[in-house]
Ligand binder design. Structure first.
Ligand code: ZN
Ligand code: ZN
Length: 175
């Protein structure tokens, strides 16, 4: 598996790409899973924090940045956190095209031989190919932004910014 590029912290969800964004193990090696804010010297910086407290912090930032009502932002943050290793007990892979969590077998797309994809969801990828191979990142933003805006009760332009930023962390759209 390719691990270059961007990886989400499995505690807070922050995208990590630069080396200094990764936390450290007890021996000083970079953590594979956690960011420098969450994890240093082999331990969580805030070991007692709960997923709700974490969602409040993350949701608060999202609410300010993207004009989302605070409770909705917190709910959304919690949904995202619940796919991370620290909170789910295992790392749940996200579709590398749309970001949907591949939590259950049937969420995953299919390869040409009928086996389940480990990278893409069933909406994006079937029978070994993208369901919409010509979709551009801009079109994807236009498609997802109104749904996001409706879901979170935020202005569509803000949803566009949020989706564009999010998609740029996913392998299919990374430049
Ligand atoms: Zn983190
Ligand atoms: Zn997908």
């Amino acid at each position: 598996m390719k691990t270059d590029g961007i990886r989400a912290c499995q505690s807070c969800g922050m995208p990590m790409s630069a080396k200094e964004q990764f936390g450290t193990e007890a021996d000083g090696a970079p953590s594979k899973d956690y960011c420098t804010y969450c994890y240093r010297d082999g331990a969580f910086t805030n070991p007692g924090i709960t997923i709700d407290e974490m969602a409040k912090i993350g949701g608060g930032m999202m609410s300010q940045m993207y004009a989302i009502p605070p409770e909705r932002a917190e709910g959304f943050a919690k949904e995202q956190l619940s796919c991370l290793k620290r909170w789910a007990g295992r790392e749940i892979p996200l579709c590398e095209s749309c970001g949907m969590p591949l939590a259950r077998d049937e969420d995953a797309g299919t390869e040409a031989d009928g086996s389940r994809s480990t990278r893409y969801c069933t909406y994006c990828y079937r029978d070994g190919g993208f369901t919409e191979p010509d979709l551009t990142r801009e079109q994807a933003v236009e498609r997802y932004a109104p749904m996001m805006a409706a879901n979170l009760g935020m202005p569509v332009e803000k949803a566009g910014e949020m989706v564009a930023r999010y998609l740029s962390t996913l392998p299919r759209w990374r430049e």
